[in-house]
Each structure stands twice: as C-alpha cells, then as structure tokens.
Ligand binder design. Structure first.
Ligand SMILES: O=C(O)CCC(=O)C(=O)O
Ligand SMILES: [Fe+2]
Length: 289
C-alpha cells in the first residue's frame, strides 16, 4: 500500500536537497498524513484534558527523562513503539478514556513507517548504496512515535536554562527523525558553524534530520542534527504551550551501529565501534543520568 505521492520527494532529491545534516524541510502535501497529523494533535489535546484520568508522561524505552539537577524539565511526552513488541510493550490509556486513540496511533505509526522507508530509499540513491540496503536494517520497524506537549511558561524562566528546560540540546539516537511542530516556534538546530537557527515551520512541514546511528553507519560522513527546544525568539512575557510529534526511525535492535562496510575507509580505522542498536540505546540512556 503506497499511500504517498513521492514525486515531491523525488524532485527534491534531484535538486540535491539532502545535505550531510538534514533534508530540506519537506512540505507534507500528502493528504493522509496531514489528516493524521491534525488528528494526533487533537488526541493530544484530549489526552491533556484527561490528564487526571490518564497520566500521559510515560517512560518508555529511550526517553530523556528527568534532568538530574534543580532544573525543571517542562515537557510531557508519550511514546509508542511497534504494537507487537514483547520487550517494551506499549502502554495504552483505557479505551473509554480516549476512544479510538490506540487504533489511531497504531495507524499513524504504520504511515510514518512508510514515509520513513521512502526517505531511506532516497538516501540509498544519494549515498549510492544498493537499493533496499538501509531499509533492510530497519525491517523490524522498531521505531518510536512520540507526542510532546510543552505547557505554557514564563519566558524569563525559559531564558535561563538553570531554571527551566523544554528540551535540552541533544542528538537523537536513531537513524532519521521526522518532526512535526505546531507553529509555536522555539525549536533550534545547530548549524555546522555553531550558530543556532530557529526552525519555523507549519504543522504539515516534515522536519527531517539524521540521528547518531546514521552518523555512525556512515563513519561521520553524515552529522547527527544537534537540536533543542527553548524560548521562541519572538516570545512575549509568557511563552505559549507547544505541541510536537517526533517519529524516530530506529535500526533493528540486533543490528550493529558500527560503520557500514560501504562507508569504511580502508586506510584508517573506523571512528565508531560495533555494538548493537539496543546496546547503544542503553548506553546513551545511561549517559543521560
Ligand atoms: O519538541 C520538539 O520539537 C523536539 C523533540 C525532540 O527533539 C525529541 O523528542 O527528541
Ligand atoms: Fe530530538
């Protein structure tokens, strides 16, 4: 079932808009994805309203959890993985609390997986590896879909990272991340020259960036995008609430995140050692504490 019109992506590929750090923001013209995005935002609002019935903040696998200091991390998030996952089963709110939420999220997860595979296809062409090479390393679909909500907050608190942090600077652990944000501002990516650029996008723009696994596979040819969420540049005294959705493409857990043979430089030793994606995930999680 190919529900996408990928012509837009292909055209962009021909214009070489894949950089070594990110894809150009892709306007998501796909109707189905747009509908899902809007729906997810609605569900999120609903979940927010139902907070007392269902505690949305769920520590699933990965997750950045709490910051070990007096800093207040002002975000709540809800993560799901594949629905057949025995290692980290999804935790769903009761059906009568959020009717249709589970079915909706499972479908959204599958749709994002198709989108992710299309992007991997473009990357296979771009980096001249054999067709299906990258997607085969993801074929267990052990990806993650995360809904994020940042409550409104006094801007002066957000301007001082000792007081409050929405999402501190980090790279994602996986291969590629597809992000959607409601147009509230405050998402920043660090460019190669060290400047931070605020990404202003509409809610149907897909912001696509590389994660650490891709950097490792390509022996550093690709750079994981460093990003954070803080006060929007245009914030008044009070920074309004913000919604975002992140889809993290993840390698199969038993797949190595060491340098792929296609990217190994025969003259020097690889920059990144072999370990499985699951070991790498655990290692990165532990280093956050
Ligand atoms: O809220 C956002 O836009 C970014 C969230 C993020 O970077 C993450 O969940 O890894
Ligand atoms: Fe992130």
């Amino acid at each position: 079932m190919d529900t996408f019109d990928f012509e837009e992506l292909r055209t962009r590929r021909e214009k070489s808009q894949i950089t070594n750090m990110y894809f150009e923001i892709l306007a998501c013209k796909n109707q189905q994805l747009q509908r899902h995005y809007t729906g997810a935002e609605l569900s999120l609002n609903l979940a927010e309203r139902q907070k007392h019935a269902f505690n949305m903040v769920q520590i699933h696998y990965l997750t950045e959890v709490t910051v070990p200091s007096a800093r207040k991390r002002v975000v709540e998030s809800y993560d799901i993985g594949p629905n057949n996952d025995d290692l980290y089963p999804n935790i769903w709110p009761p059906e009568n609390t959020l009717p249709g939420f589970q079915a909706f999220m499972e479908n959204f997860f599958d749709i994002m997986n198709i989108f992710k595979d299309a992007l991997l296809g473009l990357l296979e062409d771009h980096y001249e590896v054999s067709k299906g090479r990258f997607s085969a390393l993801h074929n267990m679909a052990q990806n993650e879909l995360r809904l994020l909500h940042y409550p409104d907050i006094k801007t002066e608190l957000l301007k001082d990272t000792k007081k409050a942090v929405r999402f501190g600077q980090h790279t994602d652990f996986g291969t590629i991340t597809i992000l959607f944000q409601a147009p509230a501002g405050g998402l920043y990516f660090r460019s190669m020259n060290g400047n931070w650029n605020e990404i202003l996008s509409s809610k149907t723009d897909a912001i696509i960036t590389f994660g650490d696994t891709f950097e490792r596979w390509t022996n550093g040819r690709v750079h994981a995008g460093v990003h954070c969420v803080q006060a929007p540049s245009q914030a008044q005294d009070q920074t309004g609430e913000r919604y975002a959705i992140a889809y993290f493409g993840k390698a199969n857990r038993n797949q190595s995140v060491g340098v792929l043979p296609e990217f190994a430089n025969k003259l020097e030793s690889p920059k990144y050692e072999d370990m499985t994606a699951e070991e790498y995930n655990q290692y990165r999680m532990l280093s956050l504490y």
